[in-house]
Design a protein around this ligand. Structure first.
Ligand code: GTP
Ligand code: ZN
Length: 193
């Protein structure tokens, strides 16, 4: 497991998963479960990879372009894990920004990669939304940023209150999207339209 980031303790996760299986009344040594602790550790390494990444790692390509109006990437599929129950929430993210006066833009895929850096951590949707917005503001120094996330939380559907279909919508607006209602309305029109 040499390619795991420092701080990711594979053996410890395996031990803990084995312990949970015991605690729920299962037999971790039965055929179907024998490899489960190792599988879960590998799955967690993927699901929580963002804990070991920085936004700078993905927003490292900045171009200059003759474009100073809104850039919006819609419907970025997002999978995260709710930090209260450690079950998934999933949906779509919409990320937009207005380049600064020197026309600094970034690759479109980098916006989706940035969402993943923060989604692949134990999260609440509100924090995920503002972390994406704040990282973009800090690194790209645009005139403004808008991030909208719509997601369904499995902790509200498969357990607890059991309301399948309920969607949580969160938004974070910075800079000109915060200051100018018209700019914000234009972006929301594109996102919802
Ligand atoms: N604000 C916010 N709440 C979340 C998010 N994900 C899960 N939750 C909520 O976190 C809350 C945790 O509430 P608790 O009362 O501590 O836990 P619980 O007894 O399991 O709550 P129930 O889900 O109502 O059964 C629940 O209301 C969840 O719906 C999120 O991303 N943002
Ligand atoms: Zn939850």
């Amino acid at each position: 497991m040499g390619d795991l980031p420092p701080g990711f303790d594979h053996a410890r996760i395996e031990k803990a998963v084995r312990e949970i299986l015991h605690a729920i009344g299962e037999d971790p040594d039965r055929d179907g479960l024998r490899d489960t602790p190792a599988r879960v550790a590998r799955a967690y390494a993927e699901q929580f990879a963002g804990l070991h990444q920085k936004p700078e790692d993905v927003l490292n390509k900045v171009f200059e372009a003759d474009h100073d109006e809104m850039v919006l990437v819609k419907d970025i599929e997002v999978y995260s894990v709710c930090e209260h129950h450690l079950v998934p929430f999933h949906g779509v993210a919409h990320v937009g920004y207005t380049p600064n006066d020197s026309g600094q833009i970034t690759g479109l895929s980098k916006l989706a990669r940035l969402v993943d850096v923060y989604a692949r951590r134990p999260q609440v949707q509100e924090r995920l939304t503002s972390q994406v917005a704040d990282a973009l503001m800090r690194i790209l120094e645009p005139r403004g940023v808008i991030v909208v996330i719509e997601a369904e939380h499995l902790c509200m559907t498969m357990r607890g209150v059991r309301k399948p279909g309920a969607k949580t919508v969160t938004s974070a607006v910075r800079g000109d999207f915060r200051e100018h209602a018209e700019t914000r309305a234009e972006a929301m029109g594109l996102i919802m339209g």
